[in-house]
Write a protein that binds this ligand. Structure first.
Ligand SMILES: C[S@@+](CC[C@H](N)C(=O)[O-])C[C@H]1O[C@@H](n2cnc3c(N)ncnc32)[C@H](O)[C@@H]1O
Length: 287
């Protein structure tokens, strides 16, 4: 995040450069979901039943877990690893089917909420970055849901999938929900704005201007959020800028990532209930 005045934005010329991969994937390329204040505001977005932006609504999560249970796990007592688990909204459902569950997320408010609301011994939660935290294991199933893989740079995607492969038993399954190539491209082409009394970026009244870029040579979308604090005491403190960067992958690209990490029997699952046209569910087996 950078903080500056509105004049600074108005006087900054529109960027027409062609960045390199290291330009787009360095510095503050991601919204700081792990910042305590941000995480607290994000938890509200995960839990609301008014929209599906951070997590799906409870009803969809229940339907999806039931479908995954029937399709992949019927009759077994599995050890499940949930990467980027948020506040553990899938955990309760997995536990109700008799599975054991381990969730990892780097949002402190989400992990606190999960620890307070899910106290069964069969569930554990860890606050940590999935790039750095040991996954433990072995697990029978690992999930990485709601498109989170796309916000990592390609070398981190490879590292996460390789770590997941190592954490699964031979024959274990990864359930990976990713953004379609087209959805990421679209994310890089829509400018918009909104005004809010409070929201994800601030507890106070603010205006958010969202600027999007699509870098075709990198297959990367970058959204820049200029958050203008309407009650800021000093003009120089009025604007905070955040970035969100997403990598687009074709189906062949996802398959290559999974094969490279040691997975096999890759399938596109089209029957997931409550699925979104921007997302695609892939499953693969740990060879
Ligand atoms: C779109 S939310 C989905 C949450 C949950 N899987 C669900 O569907 O309800 C993505 C989650 O990934 C987490 N996350 C993002 N980057 C992470 C990282 N490097 N390590 C751990 N968690 C991460 C965020 O904090 C957030 O909770």
């Amino acid at each position: 995040m950078t903080r500056h005045s509105l004049l600074h934005i108005l006087h900054t010329p529109a960027d027409s450069t062609q960045p390199t991969a290291s330009d787009v994937w360095s510095g503050a390329y991601k919204i700081p979901w792990n910042d305590p204040e941000f995480s607290r505001r994000m938890l509200r977005e995960h839990l609301t039943q008014d929209h599906d932006l951070a997590s799906r609504r409870i009803e969809s999560i229940a339907m999806q877990t039931a479908w995954m249970q029937k399709t992949f796990l019927g009759g077994t007592r599995a050890r499940i690893l949930d990467l980027g688990c948020g506040p553990g909204l899938y955990a309760r459902h997995w536990l109700s089917y008799g599975h054991r569950y381990h969730g990892i997320d780097f949002g402190p408010a989400s992990i606190d909420y999960a620890l307070q609301t899910i106290t069964e011994a069969e569930a554990t939660f860890m606050l940590g970055d999935i790039l750095a935290t040991p996954f433990g294991g072995p697990y029978d199933v690992a999930t990485l849901l709601y498109g989170e893989l796309n916000v990592f740079p390609p070398e981190s995607c490879r590292a996460i999938l390789q770590k997941t492969h190592t954490a699964l038993r031979k024959g274990g399954r990864i359930i990976l929900e990713v953004h379609t190539e087209e959805a990421v491209r679209r994310a890089g082409s829509a400018n918009s704005w909104y005004k809010a009394a409070q929201g994800l970026f601030s507890e106070l009244p603010h205006l958010c201007l969202m600027e999007s870029r699509w870098y075709d040579h990198l297959a990367v979308a970058r959204q820049t959020f200029h958050v203008i604090h309407l009650e800021a005491a000093a003009a120089s403190e009025a604007v905070e800028t955040y970035h969100s960067t997403m990598q687009a992958w074709s189906l062949e690209g996802y398959m290559a990532l999974l094969y490279e990490a040691g997975f096999d029997e890759i399938k596109v699952e089209t029957a997931l209930p409550g699925s979104h046209a921007d997302l695609m569910l892939l499953t693969a087996i740990c060879a």
